[in-house]
Ligand binder design. Structure first.
Ligand SMILES: O=C(O)c1ccccc1NCC(=O)[C@H](O)[C@H](O)COP(=O)(O)O
Length: 209
């Protein structure tokens, strides 16, 4: 069954709802530029609502002090969504011993070539590149050309992200063979505010395809 990450939750009821509705992972965004930003104290209390889902801390070019604080909160998974190099990802893996995900922005076939360099990443998140001049690296609700993945062999476990929603996720899974998917904007009616029904619809569409 396709695994699902719901990213950018800020509300305890929605966290509980996503977890009880079958989300495998729930992402918390520690990037201040994001409309889904959560503070560390807020995350500490949201973590108590994740139930059987696994929490993922989304960090952008984090310094060691931030990493240590986030690990101290109890996050088992760190998603790196900035310009982290393969060596920096390996450093973070060695420093924390945690599960490390690396996001890769894709707009053309060449963008997929460098994924092989991230040998220390436990999982790759293959996402759309942000638009030019954007103030943040993800969560734009934009898809890339999924056909770029049709002849691609993933070097390690991965998720598909970028512009997914309840109406297109089944097609995306069929076309790319993604074993797991990630969504943020596609389950919001207002930027940064998740919608219960859209979360349920997305989980149902992804899990039944
Ligand atoms: O979601 C954000 O606001 C965000 C901010 C800064 C860095 C990364 C961010 N999101 C990363 C994610 O994992 C999103 O779920 C992914 O980019 C897909 O987003 P969307 O296209 O909106 O579904």
């Amino acid at each position: 069954m396709t695994q699902v990450k719901i990213c950018g939750l800020t509300d305890p009821d929605l966290v509980r709802h996503a977890a009880q509705s079958g989300a495998d992972w729930i992402g918390f965004v520690f990037a201040e530029a994001s409309p889904r930003f959560v503070t560390e104290p807020a995350a500490a209390s949201l973590l108590m609502q994740v139930g059987p889902a696994r929490p993922v801390a989304l960090l952008v070019d984090p310094v060691d002090e931030q990493i240590d604080r986030i690990v101290g909160l109890g996050f088992p998974i760190l998603q790196l969504h900035g310009q982290e190099t393969p060596d920096r990802v390996a450093d973070i893996k060695a420093r924390t011993g945690k599960e490390i995900w690396k996001a890769i922005g894709v707009a053309e076939a060449d963008d997929l070539v460098r994924v092989g360099d991230y040998a220390a990443a436990d999982r790759l998140l293959i996402d759309a590149k942000p638009p030019k001049g954007a103030d943040r690296t993800g969560g734009h609700g934009l898809a890339f050309d999924w056909n770029l993945l049709s002849a691609w062999t993933a070097p390690r476990p991965w998720l598909l992200a970028g512009g997914l929603n309840p109406g297109n996720v089944a097609d995306a899974i069929r076309l790319t063979g993604a074993p797991a998917v990630d969504v943020s904007s596609g389950v919001e009616r207002r930027k940064g505010v998740k919608d219960r029904d859209l979360v349920s619809e997305f989980l149902s569409a992804a899990k039944h395809s």
